[in-house]
Design a protein around this ligand. Structure first.
Ligand code: 2HG
Ligand code: ZN
Length: 443
């Protein structure tokens, strides 16, 4: 039991101890596991490192976890054709490090690159820190091998046996383990940038910081990273980071520019000018790894620092058009006043993907209700602004019931029918993404 408990949680609030945990070492093991599950009608939940934020790796009661820790081999890194062939359990950071040694780059970093797996990144359709310049996980997946619930192996994209059929790769990216189990991944690599420079700027208001982001984008500058931290987030990290946060700072941007030396020489002063023009102050910059890491600590410490603010933390990953970002931040500040809850907002300003964290006391029913109300209001506002409920953490169990706010019954039914084709008995990660009438959860 103790060992199974280790597989009962992710970074969201759901907990469920699996009935069984299977750790395959090969695709053949996965096929046999799926056949076993099908024979005995046991629901299965694939699991990477369990760092997900929407309950996607939490099993249903009585279900089996297929954990990918042991399928963590890098089969090939092709320097000439610039691709890598990996198993789903490889840590994103491990691949990044390996390819960098060869002068190559795998850009997606869902902030948790050191601990999350490539299989998990694909299942969630992960985004992260470098989206604006480099795109998200889906922009790097060239092909997959997938074990279906029938125990068949299908190949997609670069691995497809017959390229005349439509490429099914995108169907599995972001499908949260509900359609098939990925066993091999072919990833696109690019040439590593020659150098990278990191800078940060504080701003007297959130609006100024948002204005700086818009100006930078309007000027056709393309930083690889543009991370926004609001006032409450800055308060939360104060004392936990190696830099002093100025009293009058209401927002901060962490920006990274990469490319050739000439690119950086040209872009960085312009980016700094944009920040200055929007009241940016106490700007710092660093090119050497150690100093850059020091600046990055302000960003990497956010999630753990927030966790110390309250016993309950609902972390959303809504996405709005970049020009509307500040309206969402302002709406969250209003909501914070209205509910009396702390609602820090931070995230990937470069692509409008913001982490709205609703902090509450888990032992206080009134706060639990207020937090629920706040989340609904945040979703409402996001949709009003032309945004979407999830940018990168997936729908999982936490957002499943909110889907009808964004999608029509017809649209949801279309997806339900796609699921039906791949998983007629509803055994693949039931309860995640959308409930099915015939899923094992309901039988
Ligand atoms: C990040 O960008 C992750 O740091 C985690 O997506 C977000 O904890 C969070 O709210
Ligand atoms: Zn994020």
């Amino acid at each position: 039991l103790e060992e199974r408990v280790l597989f009962s949680y992710d970074a969201a609030t759901f907990r469920q101890v699996p009935e069984l945990v299977v750790m395959p070492r090969s695709e053949e093991d996965v096929i046999q596991t799926v056949q076993f599950a099908r024979k005995y009608h046991i629901p299965i939940s694939p699991r990477g490192a369990g760092t997900g934020m929407s309950g996607g790796a939490i099993p249903n009661p009585g279900a089996m976890i297929i954990g990918f820790e042991r399928m963590n081999r890098i089969w090939e890194i092709n320097q000439i054709e610039k691709y890598a062939v990996v198993e789903p359990g490889v840590l994103t950071g491990d691949l990044q490090e390996k390819v960098l040694e060869m002068g190559l780059f795998y850009p997606p970093d869902p902030s948790s690159y050191l601990v999350s797996t490539l299989g998990g990144n694909i299942a969630e359709g992960a985004g992260g820190l470098r989206c604006a310049k480099y795109g998200v996980t889906k922009n790097y997946v060239l092909g997959l091998r997938v074990v279906t619930m029938l125990g068949e192996v299908i190949t997609t994209g670069a691995l497809a046996e017959d390229p005349r059929f439509p490429d099914l790769t995108p169907l599995f990216i972001g499908s949260e383990g509900t359609l098939g189990i990925v066993t091999i991944i072919v990833l696109r690599l690019i040439k590593a940038p020659e150098c990278t420079q990191t800078m940060l700027a504080f701003f007297p208001t959130g609006t100024d910081a948002a204005e700086a982001v818009s100006t930078i984008l309007k000027e056709r500058l393309l930083p690889s990273v543009m991370e926004f931290l609001d006032r409450m987030t800055l308060k939360a990290i104060t004392g936990y980071v190696p830099l002093e946060i100025p009293e009058q700072a209401e927002a901060m941007l962490l920006i990274e520019v990469d490319g050739s030396e000439a690119d950086i020489k040209e872009q960085l002063p312009l980016v700094m000018e944009c920040c200055q023009g929007c009241q940016g102050f106490q700007m710092l910059q660093a090119s050497e790894a150690k100093k850059r890491n020091r600046l990055w600590e302000l960003r990497r410490s956010v999630s753990p620092s927030l966790a110390r603010l309250a016993s309950g933390k609902i972390n959303e990953d809504v996405c709005v058009p970049r020009g509307e970002m500040i309206r969402l931040v302002e709406a969250c500040q209003e909501l914070s006043k209205h509910t009396g809850l702390m609602i820090p907002v931070y995230g990937h300003a470069a692509d409008g993907n913001l982490h709205v964290n609703v902090m509450y006391d888990r032992n206080n029913q009134d706060q639990i209700d207020q937090a629920q109300f706040a989340v609904e209001q945040v979703f409402q506002k996001t949709l009003e602004l032309g945004g979407t409920l999830s940018g990168e953490h997936g729908i999982g169990r936490t957002k499943r019931d909110y889907l009808p706010m964004q999608f029509s019954p017809y649209y949801i039914e279309c997806f339900r029918q796609i699921k039906q084709v791949w998983d007629p008995e509803g055994l693949m990660n039931p309860g995640v993404m959308y409930p099915l009438e015939n899923s094992a959860e309901n039988t």
